[in-house]
Write a protein that binds this ligand. Structure first.
Ligand SMILES: *Cc1c(COP(=O)(O)O)cnc(C)c1O
Length: 236
């Protein structure tokens, strides 16, 4: 267990984050690392709990439930980062501390209702935004129709029980640095705009950057990296 996250690997990622932050004049401590344990057994969640990372992310409700059953919450903050179907919103509210993948107004309204039913005063969420224009990606359509995206995020912020902390985006699957960089820039700019134009929007979290693009994401202002492979190795 001790070497599921070899200290070495975490060290290396932290080093890369620090260097990327320094290159862009940012404070490395302003960048959180969120380990994504999807596809890994519950023992990996336990290994994460032995580090000082303090949080864990899954992309499916059922898989998170299974792991919780096996190892419990372990004092970690549980994040949902995958597409959430509305018919699983009630379960998600039971399982997750933070939902990073609020990608539609209907889902936001549903989560608000379920939080109320569950007696949860505040459910912390991020609005997922599509900043690449790829059809396969979910999220409010910043690349396609920024005004619609702005109105969508504003409606999420209107939900009484949802506490919107910022934005989440996924870059396209490509090695083209300029494309990745532009996707992250669009997200950061949109976050700034939301902060200026939407009451109740706190633009402090930008969840962007995965294993193959996290250094660019740091350079472009990410405050939270969602890392699977780079931190935990290939999914079995
Ligand atoms: C799987 C996943 C990640 C992590 O992916 P890696 O490339 O393994 O780092 C991050 N974000 C989301 C939404 C994911 O589904």
């Amino acid at each position: 267990m001790a070497d599921v996250i070899p200290g070495e690997r975490l060290e290396r990622v932290r080093n890369d984050v620090r260097e990327a932050a320094e290159r862009s004049g940012r404070d490395p401590d302003a960048v959180e690392i969120l380990p994504v344990t999807k596809g890994h057994p519950a023992s990996v969640v336990r290994a994460v709990a032995e580090t000082d990372l303090g949080r864990v992310a899954e992309n499916r409700v059922g898989e998170a439930e299974e792991k919780l059953e096996e190892v419990g919450r372990l004092g970690l903050e549980w994040h949902m980062v995958g597409h959430l179907q509305r018919n699983k919103a009630a379960r998600a509210v039971q399982v997750f501390d933070v939902i990073e993948s609020v990608d539609s107004r209907r889902l936001a309204r549903k989560l608000d209702r379920e939080a109320r039913k569950a007696g949860r005063e505040h459910l912390e969420v991020l609005c997922q935004v599509n900043t690449s224009g790829e059809e396969s990606k979910g999220g409010f359509p910043v690349a396609e129709d920024e005004e619609e995206a702005l109105a969508g995020v504003a409606e999420v912020c209107e939900q009484e029980r949802l506490h919107v902390r910022g934005l989440m985006t996924m870059a396209p699957l490509t090695d083209e640095e300029s494309v990745l960089r532009e996707t992250f820039r669009v997200c950061r700019r949109f976050g700034r705009r939301c902060g200026q134009e939407i009451v109740g929007f706190e633009s402090d979290v930008l969840s962007m950057g995965m294993s193959n693009d996290f250094e660019i994401a740091v350079e472009e202002g990410s405050t939270r990296l969602r890392l699977g492979t780079a931190l935990l190795g290939e999914r079995p």
